[in-house]
Design a protein around this ligand. Structure first.
Ligand SMILES: Cc1ncc(COP(=O)(O)O)c(C=O)c1O
Length: 429
C-alpha cells in the first residue's frame, strides 16, 4: 500500500492557522513528556479538553451542583436546566428531530449495550440475522454476541475489499428477509475508512431491517446528520469530541425509543412505582436510571458549542490536510506498512485522520514506548478490533491519530521519532 501512497504528490505544507488559534485553549498541550514538548497523537482513543469544557464543569460544581429532575429548589433547577440544555445542543449538533431522541450514556459502549439489551434481547429470535462488519470495534461486536447467544439470532459479517474498505457487494449478498439489524461503524478506528452508511442504511431498510451506526470516529471530526444518514440509532463518545470522559450518547428515532423497554431500572426513569410494578418516565428519561453524569453532560454541551463555533467543515478540512501530510511522510519510510485506504485516483484522500501501521521486525508496543520517550503519544495494540487485526494477519499495529489542534510540527516530530526508532532497531539487528 505504501507504494501507491508514495506515487502521489503530497501536499507539502499544512496551513496551521486553526491550530495556532486554538492550541492555547487546551492547557495540556503545553506540558512536557519525558522532557520533550507533548505531541499528542492518540486522539482516536480520547481527545484533549479545551478551557471552555473544563470551565463549564467547574462552574457547575462551584455554583449549581445539585441533583437533576428532583428538587424544587434553585440549585436543582439550575442543574436540570444546564443538563437539559446540553441535550438540546447534542440533538442540534447531529440534526436529531428533537432532544427526546438523545439519551446520555457514560460512553458509546453503554449506548450500544442499551440498544442490545432493550431492543435486541426483546426483539430477536432464532432464525433472525444481524449484520455487522469484520471491522467493528469490540463495543459493536461483544454486545451482539451476548444477544445472539441468548436469543439464537445469527451474526453475519461483511468482509473487507482488497483496499481495506467495507465490501458493499458482499453486504448486499448478506441482506435478506431474515435481516433484522445492520450495526456498523461509520469510520473505522483502525483502517480510517469512511463507510457509505447512508447507502448501507437505505439497503437495510429495503428489507425492513433496523440500522445502528457507531459514529465514535465520525461525529468528532465531520458534520454528521442523522436524518440524512437515515439510521435508526447512532452512538458516539463525548470524550472523543473535546467532552469529558464519562460522557457519550445514544440517538434513536423517537417512535423506536418509545417502543423500547427500559434498559436499567431505578430512580429518575419511573413515572409511578408500587411494590409490584412500575410505569416509566417519558423519553428520554426512561433510559437514564439513577443520578446521571451531570457535570459530564454539561461539559459535553460546552464541547458541542466549542466545535460548532469552529465549524465541523473547517475541522474536517484541516484534518484531511494533516492526514495527507502524515500519510505522505510515513509512506516514504522504508519498512512501514500502512493499513486502510489510500489516495483516490484523483489524488484526494477519503479517510479519517488516523493511520495504523506496522514496521517490519519491530513490535507496535516497542514503537509506542520509544516514541513516548520523545514526547510523542501514539496508540499500540489491537485498538479493540482484534477480529479485524486477525483478518489483516497482524496481532498489533501502531496508530497515530490527529485532531484539529495538531500541527504540521507535530507530524514532523512523529515522523522524526519513528525514523530514529527504526534506525535504533536496525543498529541493534
Ligand atoms: C469505532 C469505535 N467504536 C466504539 C468505541 C467505544 O467508545 P467508548 O470508549 O466511548 O465506549 C470506540 C472507542 O475507541 C471506537 O473507536
Amino acid at each position: 500500500m505504501s507504494a501507491t501512497l508514495a506515487a502521489v504528490q503530497p501536499r507539502l505544507t499544512v496551513d496551521d492557522a486553526l491550530a495556532v488559534q486554538v492550541r492555547s485553549q487546551f492547557p495540556i498541550l503545553s506540558r512536557q513528556v519525558n522532557g520533550k514538548p507533548l505531541v499528542y497523537l492518540d486522539n482516536a482513543a480520547t481527545s484533549q479538553k479545551p478551557e471552555a469544557v473544563l470551565q463549564a464543569m467547574d462552574r457547575y460544581y462551584r455554583s449549581s451542583n445539585a441533583n437533576v429532575h428532583r428538587g424544587a429548589h434553585t440549585l436543582s433547577r439550575e442543574a436540570t436546566d444546564a443538563y437539559e440544555l446540553s441535550r438540546v445542543k447534542v440533538a442540534q449538533f447531529i440534526n436529531a428531530t428533537s432532544a427526546r431522541e438523545i439519551v446520555f450514556t457514560r460512553n458509546a459502549s453503554e449506548a450500544i449495550n442499551l440498544v442490545a439489551y432493550s431492543w435486541g434481547m426483546n426483539h430477536l429470535a432464532a432464525g433472525d440475522e444481524v449484520i455487522l462488519s469484520v471491522m467493528e470495534h469490540h463495543s459493536n461486536l461483544v454486545p451482539w454476541q451476548f444477544v445472539a447467544q441468548k436469543t439464537g439470532a445469527t451474526l453475519k459479517f461483511v468482509r473487507l475489499t482488497e483496499t481495506g474498505e467495507f465490501d458493499l457487494e458482499h453486504y448486499r449478498s448478506l441482506l435478506s428477509d431474515r435481516t433484522q439489524l445492520v450495526a456498523t461503524v461509520h469510520v473505522s478506528n483502525m483502517l480510517g475508512c469512511v463507510n457509505p452508511v447512508a447507502e448501507i442504511a437505505q439497503l437495510a431498510q429495503q428489507y425492513g431491517a433496523k440500522v445502528l451506526i457507531d459514529a465514535c470516529q465520525s461525529v468528532p471530526h465531520m458534520a454528521v446528520d442523522v436524518q440524512a444518514l437515515g439510521c435508526d440509532w447512532l452512538v458516539a463518545s463525548g470524550h472523543k469530541m473535546c467532552g469529558p470522559t464519562g460522557s457519550g450518547f445514544l440517538y434513536g428515532k423517537e417512535d423506536l425509543l418509545l417502543s423500547m423497554p427500559p434498559f436499567l431500572g431505578g430512580g429518575e426513569m419511573i413515572a409511578d412505582v408500587s411494590l409490584e410494578r412500575s410505569t416509566y418516565a417519558d423519553l428520554p428519561h426512561k433510559f437514564e436510571a439513577g443520578t446521571p453524569a451531570i457535570a459530564e453532560a454539561i461539559g459535553l454541551g460546552a464541547a458541542v458549542d466549542y466545535l460548532s463555533e469552529i465549524g465541523m467543515d473547517r475541522i474536517h478540512d484541516r484534518e484531511q490536510a494533516l492526514t495527507a501530510y502524515l500519510l505522505a511522510g510515513i509512506s516514504e519510510i522504508e519498512g512501514v506498512r500502512v493499513y486502510g485506504p489510500s489516495w483516490t485516483e484523483s489524488g484526494e484522500i477519503d479517510r479519517a485522520g488516523l493511520v495504523s501501521f506496522t514496521v517490519e521486525g519491530i513490535h507496535a508496543n516497542d514503537i509506542a514506548a520509544l516514541l513516548d520517550e520523545e514526547g510523542v503519544e501514539i496508540r499500540s495494540g489491537h485498538h479493540c478490533t482484534q477480529p479485524l487485526h486477525g483478518e489483516l494477519g497482524v496481532s498489533a499495529t501502531a496508530r497515530a491519530s490527529v485532531y484539529f489542534y495538531n500541527t504540521q510540527a507535530d507530524i514532523d516530530a512523529f515522523l522524526k521519532a519513528l525514523k530514529s526508532t527504526i534506525e535504533f532497531f536496525s543498529a541493534m539487528a
